[in-house]
Design a protein around this ligand. Structure first.
Ligand SMILES: Cc1cc2nc3c(=O)[nH]c(=O)nc-3n(C[C@H](O)[C@H](O)[C@H](O)COP(=O)(O)OP(=O)(O)OC[C@H]3O[C@@H](n4cnc5c(N)ncnc54)[C@H](O)[C@@H]3O)c2cc1C
Length: 414
């Protein structure tokens, strides 16, 4: 693999940048792999990378029905934080955070991880109690968190309107949190996994499974049958289509979430800011556009087109929060299918179907988990048992009642 550095940049500039190699191969699928991962996006690619890197597995393929990173990985608003309430979540997302902090170096690919801080605003006394409870829980778990006053918020974001229809009484702030470049995460993992021998096969849709008795032993695809000792499923919004074919019931329903970006302006929002009451949030991209979004659609669906009610609601929230934005043009908006679970927590687990492993249920918060999720999923697939980090994120919790109810915990979105 060609190493990226200031020296390789200089060297290639001498030859008009015509000497760069392709970032990953486009191999034909082999007949048989030790493991096949379905879904070449953040979670699937990270899983394959850590299976190869940490567990020495080399005969692995990641199959993708479209193009690499075309799912929610490239549709999300890239908030990365680890300030979850419950211990199980904190451990998993903090593992991800630590991996994020060294990811560009590890992958030798700039994922543009920017630790600019994520602020969750409180609008009522109850919001403030919830935020304080969360900050205390985070600190007990060794995660950085603090409560900031309206004056401190105004100092950090001078343009903010604190006296909107949701008056701001304070906020929680995780300074190590921030954003990353979504495509770069998929590309960085793809390049690094490919360098370790992982076959990434695009335009290869899994249509069914190959069985030997009650065991899954491969996948049927539009490019032929591919045998696999193990099959990992990381298909986000398409999860239930594929679990259905495995006769496995999972508590996941799809809801669409939209996001928006304005034309580029000078830096005005230097943090990620979340208005808890409205579920509205905004950050500013490195190109200058304000990137923002609101709540899910109110009904379950498979649509990936925006619905107008949400467009209107979110623009109102933006203008009410930062009034001068009424003069900005909306440049683009788009939607993605979120695999929602009843307790807002994911699954990284073995399943009751031998040979099938599940990584799903990330709701609207899976981007931030990508490195930790892939790391834990790789352990689970390679070792045939969960790591302590993901033991609680099993399908069993809906039988045992040990739910990890992050949604019920407090109004902190994304
Ligand atoms: C608008 C929006 C904003 C969001 N904002 C944030 C945020 O700020 N922070 C955050 O942490 N999270 C956020 N999320 C959630 C986050 O994007 C997802 O949880 C995460 O990207 C899921 O990653 P993934 O790798 O599991 O899935 P995806 O990126 O969706 O990848 C799944 C892949 O599986 C492939 N696939 C599906 N079916 C098949 C098949 N049959 N055969 C082969 N391949 C198949 C798909 O083509 C796709 O490439 C947001 C989501 C949306 C929609």
């Amino acid at each position: 693999m060609q190493h990226f550095s200031i020296w390789s940049l200089l060297r290639n500039s001498m030859s008009y940048h015509e000497g760069w190699e392709r970032q990953w191969r486009s191999p034909e699928p082999k007949r048989e792999y030790d493991a096949v991962v379905i879904g070449a996006a953040g979670h699937g690619l990270a899983t394959a990378y850590y299976m190869a890197k940490e567990h020495g597995m080399r005969n692995i393929a990641v199959v993708e029905r479209g193009w690499l990173g075309g799912g929610n990985t490239a549709r999300n608003t890239t908030i990365v934080r680890s300030n979850y309430l419950w211990d199980e979540s904190t451990a998993l997302y903090e593992k991800a955070m630590v991996l994020w902090e060294g990811l560009s170096q590890d992958l030798n690919y700039n994922v543009m991880f920017s630790q600019r801080g994520v602020m969750n605003l409180g609008h009522t006394l109850q919001d403030m109690r919830d935020l304080e409870r969360r900050v205390n829980a985070n600190r007990l778990n060794g995660v950085d968190a603090e409560v900031v006053t309206p004056e401190q918020i105004k100092e950090m974001i001078p343009f903010i309107n604190l006296n909107t229809r949701y008056p701001v009484l304070g906020a929680s702030l995780q300074r190590r949190a921030g954003v990353a470049r979504h495509d770069a995460v998929a590309w960085g993992y793809a390049r690094a996994a490919d360098a370790l021998g992982v076959d990434i096969i695009q335009n290869c849709e899994v249509q069914d499974y190959l069985w030997s008795g009650d065991r899954i032993v491969g996948v049927k695809t539009n490019r032929g049958d591919i045998g696999a000792g193990k099959v990992g499923l990381a298909a986000a919004g398409s999860t239930t289509l594929l679990t259905q074919k495995a006769h496995l019931q999972v508590p996941i329903e799809n809801y669409m979430l939209q996001a928006y970006v304005t034309e580029a302006i000078k830096p005005v929002v230097n943090h990620v800011v979340v208005w808890s009451a409205a579920y509205f949030y905004v950050s500013q991209s490195d190109k200058g556009g304000l990137v923002y979004g609101g709540h899910l659609d109110k009904h379950s669906s498979w649509a990936q087109r925006g619905n107008l009610g949400n467009v209107v609601e979110v623009q109102q929230d933006l203008v009410s929060a930062i009034p001068f934005t009424s003069r900005l043009r909306l440049r683009r908006h788009w939607g993605g299918l979120n695999d929602m679970t009843p307790d807002s927590s994911p699954f990284i687990c073995q399943t009751s179907v031998p040979g099938l492993y599940l990584n799903a249920g990330w709701c609207y918060g899976g981007f931030k988990a990508t490195p930790g999720s892939g790391w834990a999923m790789a352990h689970t697939v390679a070792q045939d048992r969960p790591h302590a980090l993901n033991a609680a994120f099993s399908l069993d919790r809906f039988h045992t009642g040990h739910l990890i109810d992050e949604h019920g915990a407090a109004a902190v979105a994304h």
